[in-house]
Ligand binder design. Structure first.
Ligand SMILES: NC(=O)C1=CN([C@@H]2O[C@H](COP(=O)(O)OP(=O)(O)OC[C@H]3O[C@@H](n4cnc5c(N)ncnc54)[C@H](OP(=O)(O)O)[C@@H]3O)[C@@H](O)[C@H]2O)C=CC1
Ligand SMILES: O=C1CO[C@H](CO)[C@@H](O)[C@@H]1O
Length: 408
């Protein structure tokens, strides 16, 4: 087998900059694409031998590509990833894997059909910290788990939600290809600082809100440790839904069927914008520092907390004074992907795992936006009796932007 992987990178500005540099170790960056010519120029300076593009469809015409990293805003993940996989390329795609539930289902199916090596960009999955937490739950240290609470401080000071779209536009900077940035999304006027870069997260046309942004990281150890299948039911509370802007906050309640590690039903609650479960649930010492992003598992024999980035802890502390934590090494999640491509080992977050995880995460947005509970029929991808929810499971694409790559 060829030991050097020829990698193409789509989106090399924000997180894509590190995705490119991390996966390059021992391999070759042969093509780079960004709709921002300044960001493209910075990447070209680092990899002068790589061909440069502002249109990913042109990049995929280059013949010598083995593998593609996709680090665009969320709305473009699915079409680029599907088109690359259909050419037999291995893919590394940022989280959330997709913008809609339907897209997540299709990428999972296409990955299986094509037999390519896949990895979603949830780098925490490979850390000793999360492996310790997952193993401790699986070992039954806190007994069967009945409830999980998960929280993030996003959007907070990171980006704004609960906005009205301004009734104005600004000139598009000469280095930005705005129509290519919009891609499959509906046409929107360029407004300085509103979407690009980074702030697109809070607009449903492009991003997936705080839940989509952090849920794939924070719910990963939950789905992984408890081996959760698709949820049975999802409901959400928060301010009245807005058609374009994500909410200032929401709380999402998921019910999952029981597994070997849970009671008959597992209840999961998601909190965002700094909201958190009631402090008395933790059973933590009074001087415990707390956490801005984390998970609390509640079991029959006690609680396990793991944070982003805090190490796992067991509460109440006095009940676990003699506990010996399992030992794990940190893996490199990026080289896991390139190594798997050359036949050495497996990725931790292949689409067979991260596709269903993304569906679960995005169903919280579907329930919130529909304004009603979702009774979920995962097999048929149906929100039974909730027509509004059905309309948020997939979207229409602008003509000509590669939507066809998702079809069977
Ligand atoms: N795993 C992790 O820890 C992190 C993951 N992410 C994920 O990475 C993705 C990107 O987020 P982030 O880097 O913050 O976003 P940014 O908006 O900062 O960067 C996105 C990059 O993609 C470029 N781009 C946009 N559309 C296209 C296109 N059609 N073709 C090629 N390039 C394009 C952008 O250009 P331009 O600058 O002109 O918009 C920019 O360089 C998201 O899905 C996000 O969730 C982000 C941060 C950390
Ligand atoms: O891990 C992360 C750090 O924060 C970013 C902004 O919320 C996220 O997008 C990213 O996934």
């Amino acid at each position: 087998a060829n030991e050097i992987v020829n990698i193409a990178c789509v989106g090399v500005g924000g997180k894509g900059w590190s995705d490119m540099n991390e996966t390059a170790a021992g391999h070759r960056i042969v093509a780079i694409c960004d709709i921002d010519e300044q960001r493209l120029a910075r990447a070209a300076e680092r990899y002068p031998e790589a061909k440069t593009y502002t249109d990913w469809r042109k990049l995929l015409e280059q013949p010598n590509i083995d593998a593609v990293t996709i680090s665009t805003p969320d709305h473009m993940h699915a079409v680029v990833t599907a088109a690359a996989m259909k050419q037999g390329k291995h893919v590394y795609t940022q989280k959330p894997l997709t913008h809609t539930v339907y897209e997540a289902r299709r990428l999972t199916e296409i990955a299986a059909e094509q037999g390519v090596v896949t990895q979603m960009g949830t780098q925490h999955h490979a850390t000793a910290r999360l492996k310790i937490a997952v193993q401790t739950i699986r070992d039954g240290v806190i007994g069967k788990v009945s409830d999980v609470h998960a929280w993030t401080d996003r959007p907070g000071n990171f980006w704004k939600q609960g906005l009205e779209r301004p009734d104005r536009s600004d000139p598009v900077p000469s280095h930005v290809h705005w129509n290519d940035w919009l891609g499959v999304a509906p046409e929107r006027p360029y407004v300085e600082g509103l979407y690009h870069p980074f702030h697109w997260r809070g607009w449903w046309d492009f991003g997936t809100g705080a839940l989509g942004d952090m849920g794939c990281h924070i719910l990963d150890p939950v789905v992984n440790a408890l081996e959760l299948p698709a949820p049975k039911a999802i409901r959400a509370e928060g301010p009245p839904p807005h058609p374009e802007s994500g909410p200032e906050w929401c709380i999402v309640h998921y019910d999952f069927p029981g597994t070997a590690h849970t009671t008959d039903t597992l209840k999961l609650t998601w909190y965002e914008a700094g909201k958190q479960p009631p402090p008395e649930l933790f059973k933590a010492p009074e001087d415990w520092a707390g956490s801005k992003n984390g998970v609390l598992f509640i079991g029959e024999k006690g609680n396990l907390f793991v944070g982003f980035p805090e190490m796992p802890e067991l509460f109440p502390k006095e009940d676990f004074a003699d506990h010996k934590w399992p030992e794990f090494d940190n893996h490199n999640h990026y080289t896991e992907w390139t190594s798997a491509i050359v036949g050495d080992g497996k990725t931790g977050c292949p689409f067979s795992y991260s596709g269903p995880l993304t569906e679960t995460v995005l169903l919280g947005n579907v329930a919130y936006r529909s304004g009603a509970a979702v009774e979920w029929d995962s097999k048929n991808l149906k929100a039974k009796g909730n027509e509004a929810a059905e309309s948020f499971l997939r979207r229409d694409y602008r003509e000509g932007w590669g939507g066809g790559s998702l079809e069977s």
